[in-house]
Ligand binder design. Structure first.
Ligand code: SAM
Length: 223
């Protein structure tokens, strides 16, 4: 584990470090202040740098960040895409969005990101944009109720990145790093595996899982 962390840090430093480390570093104190409902857990630089590379490779001009929290993921995605591209960022807590707007302005990316206070399902049901890339950080273990409408909001050939798939390794491990029931209920293992099966067998998606750094990546068929 120590060697793994050292290599990850080395590779990050080779790439110039984490430009948004201040935003990620503020998450624990925010969670303490916000309380149990908060759920703000940024995925970290290795995952977000990789998701950003998918956004860049997809030439994403329209990007949606579901569960943007205080903006760490949105900043990575905006930073990784062209200055002509636009990003919608959604979170259910206005408090997170106030901090996200501040963080985006501090990092000079505020003009390219529109923040929406909404539930992911509600936002997807009413928005009329087609996205080149959707980053879904608003689900945990269970298949989200909005899966099908989210796929419908992806352009053909569009990319879905999902940072919470570290849970897949946890679900098949005899010794998970913690008991995820606290966050996802006692059926978290079955729910995680069931959602993986659902994605893998979905006729409109071609899905892959990268295990290190952990990221699920699905491409909408049709182009
Ligand atoms: C794991 S954190 C991710 C934070 C963010 N992506 C980042 O990089 O810091 C999950 C975030 O999703 C939000 N969230 C969870 N479920 C949601 C839902 N159904 N609709 C909208 N936001 C949701 C939480 O408020 C939290 O900010």
């Amino acid at each position: 584990m120590a060697a793994h962390d050292t290599v990850e840090r080395l590779l990050l430093n080779l790439r110039g470090g984490d430009p948004f480390a201040d935003v990620a570093a503020s998450a624990p104190s925010h969670r303490d202040e916000h309380g149990q409902e908060c759920g703000l857990y940024p995925a970290g630089p290795a995952v977000m740098s990789l998701a950003g590379s998918f956004a860049r490779a997809a030439h994403a001009r329209t990007t949606l960040d579901l569960g943007c929290g205080t903006g760490y993921s949105s900043l990575w995605l905006a930073h990784s895409t062209s200055t002509a591209s636009r990003l919608d960022a959604v979170d259910r807590f206005g408090w997170h969005l106030d901090l996200a707007r501040h963080n985006a302005a501090t990092h000079g990316l505020g003009a390219r990101i529109t923040f929406h206070e909404a539930d992911a399902a509600g936002y997807l049901a009413t928005c009329d944009t087609r996205y080149d890339l959707i980053h879904d950080d608003a689900w945990f273990a269970h298949e989200p109720s909005y899966l099908q409408v989210m796929i419908g909001r992806l352009e053909p050939g569009g990319v879905l990145t999902m940072p919470n798939w570290f849970l897949l390794t946890e679900a098949v491990s005899d010794h998970p790093s913690r008991d995820w029931s606290e966050f996802a209920g006692s059926d978290w293992r079955d729910a995680t595996l069931s959602y993986a099966h659902r994605l893998a067998s979905h006729p409109e998606l071609e899905v892959n899982w990268i295990t290190d750094p952990p990221l699920g990546v699905a491409v909408r068929r049709g182009r």
